[in-house]
Structure formats: C-alpha cells, structure tokens
Design a protein around this ligand. Sequence first.
Ligand SMILES: Cc1cc2nc3c(=O)[nH]c(=O)nc-3n(C[C@H](O)[C@H](O)[C@H](O)COP(=O)(O)O)c2cc1C
Length: 182
Amino acid sequence: MSCVIGGLSLANPLCLAPMAGVTNAPLREFFSRLDVALTHTEMVSCAGLVRGNVKTSAMLRVSPREAPLILQLFSPDAETLARGAEAALTLNRQDGAVPFAGLGINMACPMPKVTKRGAGAALLKCPAEAAAMVQALKKFFLPVWVKIRRLEDLDGTLRFIETLAAAGADNVCLHGRTAAQR
Ligand SMILES: Cc1cc2nc3c(=O)[nH]c(=O)nc-3n(C[C@H](O)[C@H](O)[C@H](O)COP(=O)(O)O)c2cc1C
C-alpha cells in the first residue's frame, strides 16, 4: 500500500505523530518494527539548538534501525527556526546519522510555556510569520510539514492552511481540536 504523502514516498500511510517526551529514538524504532512508515521526533526547540544546549541536541539522536523520520522544530520566528534547522542538520551530518526525511514546524502546541514565547499554537494568530517560517525551511531542500490546530472557524482554518500551502508547505497535519481545547 505504498503512497506519496507530503513529498515523501512511504511504504504505507501509517505515521507516528510527534509527542514531546515520548517519541524518542527507541520508541520510534519500536513503532518502525510494527511497520509504521514514517515517524516524528518530539518537538525540538530551535532556541536550544542555536545555544548548543546539550539536552536539546540529544533529542536529534536517530537510530539506524528506524523508519524515515521528520524532525519537528519549534520557534517563535523564521530566523531562529532557520538557524535551529541549520544547527540540527549540521549535527546530523557530523554524527554520520541517518538523514532526516523532512522538516516539521510545530504550530499546534497549546502549552503556555511554549505559546507565551510566541511559538506553537501562538503562530496560528500570525499567518505572515507562519508563512515566512515555511519559506525559511524550504531552502534546506527537504519536504516541509506543518502541524497546526483547528481555529475557531472552518473558513479561518482553511485560509491558514492555504497560506501555508502558498508558502510551500508540502503537508499540513491538522489536530482537530482548537488550542483552547488542549
Ligand atoms: C504527551 C503528548 C505530547 C505531544 N507532543 C507533541 C509534539 O511535540 N508536537 C506535536 O505536534 N504534537 C504533539 N502532541 C499531539 C499529538 O501529536 C497528536 O496530535 C494528538 O495527541 C492527537 O490528539 P488525541 O491525542 O486527542 O488523539 C502531543 C500529544 C501528547 C499526548
């Protein structure tokens, strides 16, 4: 049941969602053995990557035995996002690790510690910056996936998705609850 989703050729349509504190390399490898075709890292802080934070960098660890994976990043702005992605891809290359299949942007996390800094679901209120973030990642020539939340109204949600698509997003994953619904 092979398929193409978001610019990636996958063996099947089963993907493991990103989960902070959960989807580390051993868990992703476990799901890969259950034939999940694509996994995600947990959301990784671009500010942490730019600072060279050791704990943040450790989140980039990839097992050679896991399925293709998307590196999901979070940042309040396009500039920090691009610098974080650059740092992550450099570390990945230096480690000689399996390359990431794509780059993800978290625009869905409703947790106040993330949104109060302007990242995660806070970006749903900033379509121009959200579009700039997609464009900033396109320069790495990898598929760009964005995870968003439903907005209060359907039209607004569709407009936001169209903005991301026009900016070059290869895939938009929609979490069906609003950020306020957690
Ligand atoms: C513990 C936990 C951590 C999560 N972390 C992330 C994350 O890092 N990035 C992200 O985009 N979504 C994250 N999510 C959301 C999930 O990817 C998924 O969209 C959500 O769980 C689906 O809704 P449901 O749990 O009601 O089925 C997380 C969810 C849970 C339960």
